[in-house]
Design a binder for this molecule. Sequence first.
Ligand SMILES: Nc1ncnc2c1ncn2[C@@H]1O[C@H](COP(=O)(O)OP(=O)(O)OP(=O)(O)O)[C@@H](O)[C@H]1O
Length: 256
Amino acid sequence: MKLDNVSFSFHAGQPIIQNISADVVPGSILSIIGPNGAGKTTLLKLMANQLKPTSGQISLNNQFLAKMTRKQLASKIAVVSQQNHLYDDMQVIDVVKMGRLAKHHLLATVEDKEVLPYLEMTRTSSLAHRAMSHLSGGQRQRVWIASAIAQEPQYLLLDEPTTYLDIRYQSDLMAVIAELHKKENMTIVMILHDINQAFKMSDQLWLIRNGRLIAQGAPSRYYDEKLLSDIFNIPIHIVTIPNYGHYIIELTADSF
Ligand SMILES: Nc1ncnc2c1ncn2[C@@H]1O[C@H](COP(=O)(O)OP(=O)(O)OP(=O)(O)O)[C@@H](O)[C@H]1O
């Protein structure tokens, strides 16, 4: 995926994304990090064609996203957004089946067995016949991820996928992502608030502040206290832990 001088504003004269040019390396795990309000979700929505650039272009395999049909997009890009409650009345298995609509015309023609692997992968098999409204935040999150994986996309875009997940499921989810990346060669783009998770999981980082791409590249380049302190506007300290490596500590007022 290629972003070419992409800018976006909700209101004229108030740019949210400013002149971003970058390539997402196919088959990589890319994490987008930056402070609240930096424009990360907006950027992810532009990459999913849910928002259109005010100027500039985004293309995938040399085809402009803006020119692709919904079905073409669904076969290439799946998105897990911050949670919505639109499908609360549906059963879990049907929500996962919705992910197969890129390959079928009707939900009714998607067989249960077709989605069982995705339920298993996300440990949601036991929830298959529960209503979405009866699930916890973390369970719902895993169902949405199952539905996105069921699309078998080339690009999986995840907006803060670990929100709502306890430590065990966070680590499970990271394992699922690593597996999809390795076995299916899926390109993963995610917004992560846990900087250490982002540094550990990713091949590539995009560091965003005020709608601008401040830095991009391999995480090993960005164990840089000054750069990270400037981006997050908070003192950051990097320590080295035996058998783990670098660990980034955000020093809040309480830490002193
Ligand atoms: N629908 C909207 N209309 C107008 N402004 C918006 C809209 N959605 C977001 N914004 C503004 O755009 C800016 C970027 O928001 P965005 O959600 O992309 O940031 P973010 O980096 O994902 O933040 P967070 O880490 O808090 O989720 C913010 O100032 C936000 O208030």
